[in-house]
Structure formats: C-alpha cells, structure tokens
Design a protein around this ligand. Structure first.
Ligand SMILES: Cc1cc2nc3c(=O)[nH]c(=O)nc-3n(C[C@H](O)[C@H](O)[C@H](O)COP(=O)(O)O)c2cc1C
Ligand code: SF4
Length: 595
C-alpha cells in the first residue's frame, strides 16, 4: 500500500488541493481509506491527519472502515420510491443475505442507500462501485447477485445494466441545433470579446443553476477584478433530487459546454477551468476526458487557442457524494481538497473564489447557452421568453407521466402545456425545483415557467392522484437532514428536529400542538440557517402545510374536544406565543383538558 499511495500522490503532484482525487483512488483500491494511508498522506501532502480524517468523514463515498469489494448503493429519490425501490431494496438485501448498511461477513459485498443518483427518468437506479445502474428490476438484481457471488469484475458485467438514455422529448433554440466545435470561439474572436460579452448581456441570460443571477454581469464583475489570476468553474454537481438535465448535456453536448467555459475564460482572462462533476456521474468521466483531449488536438484548449493568444485548459474534478457541494462556495472548498462547508458571502466567488482568486462559477446549462449565444447573437435568445426570463429552460421531468425525460421550453410556458407534452393526464400536484423548490397543486397548473413565477433549476416531479404526498415530504425532509453539512446549528439540529417532528405526525403520534411546533421549527430553520440548504430545507413542509393542511390534520391523534371548544382559537394563541416551550405547554394543557 505504501508504494501505491506514494505513486498516487506523485501523480497528483503532492498537491493538497487534489486530496479528493487521491482519496477516491485509495477508496476504489482498498474499499476504504486505511489509517496507514492517512498517516502517509499527511506526511506527503504536509497536512494534518485530523484534517484528512474530517474530509473522509464529510463525503459519503469515503469510508474509514471497509465496504464490500462490490459496494452497492440504491438511489433514494422519491421517484425511485415511486418506481418500487423499497420492495427492490428488500429483495436485493434478501438475495445478498445482508441488511441495509451492512457489509457481508465474507467482505465481498455491501449495500446501502444513497441520495438521488440523477437517473429519475430511468429508475429505480443505483450505483455499483460508483458506476450508475439503471432500470433495476428483480431479474437484473438476480443477475447482479450472481455476478457478485461469482466475483465477476464490474467492467465485465453486461453493458445494458449501465446503459443510460437521454430521453429528449422537446427541443427549442438550444437543443434543436447545436454549434460545431470551435464555432463560438471563432465568432467571439472575430466579433471581439467585449462585443461578445455585450451579446451575452443582450441575451438576458440568467444562471440556470437556480438563483438566476445575470451571467453577463457575473463575467463582467470577474473580469474587472484587479487580480489577474482567474478561474472558470462549471458546476456539474447536479445533486437536487429530480434533476438530470446536466447529465444529458454532458452526455451528448459536452463539446458545447466546454466551448462555453472557454468562451468565459477568454472574456474574463482565465487560464484554468474546472468541471466539478458529481461522483454519481463517474460513468461520464472517461468520455469527457476524451472530448477534452480531442479539443486539445483541435487547438480549442491548451496554449494559443485558435491562434488567439488565449491559453486555457480544463480539468475534471469528481465530487464524492455531498449535495452541499453544489452550493458554489462549498464547491470551491471541495475543489481545494477540503470539506464542502459553504463560505461566508460576501466576498462572492467573482472576487474571492478558488484559491481566493476571482472565479466564475456557472451551471452546465448556462455555459451551454452562452456558447450558442456567441454564435447566434443575443437577440435570437432574448426574443424568446418573458420580460424578466429570457430564452429557454431545459427541464428534467419525472414521476407520474408517460414520457419522463428532457424538455426545453421558452420561459413563459404554462405548466398545463408541459403536462400535456409529457403525457401526464392525472397529475394532482408537481414538485417544482426539487426538494428546495415548491409543491404546486392542480389549481396552479396555469402558472408559468419563469423566474418571476415558477423559478426552477429544472426539476419537475409529477404526482398523480392517489400518491401519498406526505411520503414525498418525508423523503425530502430526510434528504435535507442527511445532507446538512453540520456547520451551523439551526440547520444541523433543525433539520434533524424537522425529520423527527414530521415522522411523529406522519406516523400518527402527533397532536395539533405538534403541527404548530412543526410550523415554528420550519421558520426557525428557514430564517437562521447559514446557507441555501438550510434556508430551503423546510420548503416541502411549508408548501404542503399551506396547500393541504387537511392532510396533516387527518393524521393527528384523535382527541375529542368538548362541544363548542374553540380549537382554532387555542392554536392561534399558541402561534402568538413568543416562546416555543410556552406554546407547547399551553397546547399540552388544552389537550389534557379535553382528553
Ligand atoms: C444547497 C445548494 C445546492 C446547489 N446545487 C447546485 C447544483 O447542483 N448545480 C448548480 O449549478 N447550482 C447549484 N446551486 C447554486 C450554486 O450555488 C450557484 O448559484 C450556481 O452554480 C451558479 O451558476 P449559475 O449562475 O449559472 O446558475 C446550489 C445551491 C445550493 C444552496
Ligand atoms: S445551512 Fe446547513 S448546509 Fe448550510 S452551512 Fe448550515 S449546516 Fe451547512
């Protein structure tokens, strides 16, 4: 092992910023990170061993104790649940002879849950040694168990088990016609870089990762920083359950995404770019490396790109199973080889990003769109959409519809039209924007896709009549509690309490007072958390409590109140109490008096 770690560290130039890459390879080799390797890394990289351990503990794909030679993870997205994941997981465990979370006594295999693996249109999905498994069913599981027991190497398993499809059903300006390699850069160099930035400005392009910040403004701010060492980062962490459009863009349109990154580098004056690829998309790593290599061969990366004088290259950095690393400052920390703890902002990455240098972080789709804009001009893009939301949005649609997949719509398109196109004829509600988004009810289906109405990073999870909406809320609330990075108390403790309180109500042990306490807790987590994860963690509860209070009420412990007793008044009084303990005591007394 000593030689292995030594060689590996050398391969990564003994750079502490490359710690995650090094740990990934050790984990793949030994199925955990041995203590001896930690000691050795501490010496070779000149960092504290405690720091290395804290990084290992932070990322869910690293382990301090051995996982199985075949480490199987089942995706735990609500869409996987809707496709029968629970029963399949039970079947898998039974066939393997182990429990969830366990390693089999022979050390050959382990199985556990993992957060959404980004295959919601082709689930139930999973991962084996990091590689995506799709369309799991009993017969595939039988075959997998056999392959494991026969100790067949994963790269010799039937390729069909790993096949992923794009499922693109609706194309507009971006997906209808893509650019050829180098076309955007040639256009930009001919037109002029300042003029090209102006075209991005005219297009009105806003970030597609969720927040919707003006892309031209972000690039301009970064280019105006006095510091000349600048970076471009493409955020391909795509951890929001229900979102998979970036996977498709990188699977079939990576050249255009890399072109957008290179365009950005030309505009802001960066020499180095990173694609931060979520660990769950390991299957894309090699194909993407090949595309980068081909671009270098075509003088589209490297020194003096297209003889323009621009030097720029892109490196792919893999994540290791942490949703929070999609938050841009946490992503930058992760790129630097650390735990993905969100930084205080300001300063924003455009002034102090990677290695404290000015950095543009954009979503995959944003770079993809920017490259097109450089070729077609900003106006063609701005002609589509609404006043505040220009162009189109690429959606990942999953759940109860006949055609789950990728859809591109001009902003301003109504939810009704989208439901029609994906053949969702019995929709009862939709989770828009993933767990951190909002649940909309049937009477809101005339709403529009737009930053000023229904803003979304791109996820639509459709639920039919008859689905258990609280199963969705429970799944999302558990997701946030699991993914909280633990840095700040309101989120670390708050998300755990939300989970506990919600479970109590869903399991039928809650009273009216518990719903009030839940509402209060939601506000606390929302208002006092440090970053976007905590600030949105209560959204699934808040948006369903607002729309479907009766669903929660139905689950409450049956307490028959005195005839004429004013329960609403008692609840209102409790809500007004400044102190939660007082409110709870008040409600407990009300219940006691009535029981
Ligand atoms: C918890 C959390 C997770 C996020 N995950 C992603 C993600 O997976 N991909 C992404 O592009 N942006 C994500 N974001 C938003 C990024 O912080 C950032 O705003 C975005 O990458 C900027 O790119 P854009 O301007 O092109 O949207 C996330 C934000 C939060 C708070
Ligand atoms: S809000 Fe949650 S995820 Fe964000 S910093 Fe605090 S603990 Fe971490």
């Amino acid at each position: 092992m000593k030689k292995f770690v030594q060689k590996l560290t050398k391969k990564h130039d003994s750079q502490p910023v490359r710690l995650l890459l090094i740990l990934r390879e050790i984990q793949a080799q030994y199925h955990f990170i041995p203590q001896d390797a930690i000691e050795q890394l501490a010496q070779l990289l000149h960092i504290e061993r405690t720091q290395i351990i804290s990084v290992i503990e932070f990322y869910s794909f690293f382990h301090l104790t051995a996982r199985g030679q075949y480490d199987i993870l089942m995706s735990d997205s609500i869409t996987d649940h809707m496709l029968g994941k629970h029963a399949l997981m039970d079947y898998f465990c039974e066939k393997l002879g182990i429990e969830i979370g366990d390693v089999r006594a022979d050390g050959l295999v382990s199985i556990d849950n993992t957060s959404c693996s980004g295959m919601c249109d082709q689930g139930p999905a999973g991962l084996v040694n990091g590689y995506a498994l799709t369309n799991l069913n009993r017969s595939r599981i039988d075959a997998i168990v056999e392959l494991v027991n026969q100790q067949v190497p994963v790269n010799e398993w039937p390729t069909i088990f790993f096949s992923t499809t794009d499922n693109i059903y609706k194309r507009n300006i971006l997906l209808e016609s893509t650019i050829t390699a180098g076309e955007a850069l040639k256009s930009a160099f001919t037109r002029g870089l300042k003029e090209t930035l102006h075209e991005v400005e005219i297009s009105g392009l806003r970030g597609r990762g969720g927040a919707g910040f003006s892309t031209a403004m972000k690039w301009r701010f970064c280019s105006e920083e006095a510091e000349t060492e600048r970076y471009v980062v493409c955020n391909a962490d795509e951890g929001e359950p229900g979102t998979f459009k970036d996977r498709v863009l990188l699977n079939s349109y990576a050249d255009q995404v890399f072109e957008g990154m290179t365009l950005c580098a030309a505009v802001i004056g960066a020499k180095q770019g990173f694609l931060y690829l979520r660990g769950e998309y390991l299957h894309l790593f090699e194909p993407l490396q090949q595309i980068l290599q081909a671009r270098r061969a075509q003088a589209l990366l490297g020194n003096n790109i297209l003889k323009s004088g621009l030097d720029f290259d892109i490196e792919i950095r893999l994540g290791a199973g942490a949703y929070i690393c999609g938050e841009e400052s946490a992503l930058i920390e992760s790129l630097e080889g650390k735990r993905g703890i969100p930084r205080n902002r300001p300063p924003y990455p455009v002034t102090q990003g990677y290695l404290q240098k000015p950095t543009v972080v954009n979503n995959v789709e944003t770079f993809f769109a920017a490259a097109k804009i450089a070729v077609a001009g900003g106006q063609a893009f701005a002609d589509l959409g609404t006043k505040k939301s220009k162009g189109t949005k690429i959606l990942s649609i999953s759940g109860d519809c006949e055609r789950p997949g990728i859809y591109e719509y001009p902003f301003g398109t109504s939810v009704n039209e989208i439901l029609h196109d994906c053949h969702a004829s019995h929709a009862f509600g939709i989770q828009v924007g993933g767990p951190s988004g909002v649940f909309i009810a049937r009477d809101e289906f005339n709403r529009q896709l737009a930053f000023e109405d229904l803003a979304t990073g791109g996820s639509f999870i459709i639920l039919n009549e008859g689905r258990n909406i609280l199963a969705l809320v429970k799944n999302f609330t558990h997701f946030f509690a699991h993914e909280s990075c633990g840095f700040c108390t309101p989120c670390r403790v708050g998300t755990a309490l939300l989970q506990k309180q919600l479970d109590k109500i869903v399991d039928g042990h809650g009273s009216a007072g518990d719903v009030v306490a839940l509402e209060e807790l939601c506000q606390l987590v929302k208002n006092y958390s440090h970053c976007g994860l905590g600030q949105t963690a209560a959204n699934p509860i808040i948006s369903t409590l607002q729309r479907y209070p009766e669903i929660y009420q139905k689950l409450l412990k049956k307490i028959s109140y005195e005839p004429g007793f004013d329960l609403d008044g008692a609840l209102e009084n409790a809500r007004k109490m400044a102190n939660r303990d007082d409110a709870n005591a008040h409600l407990a007394q009300v219940e006691e008096e009535n029981e």
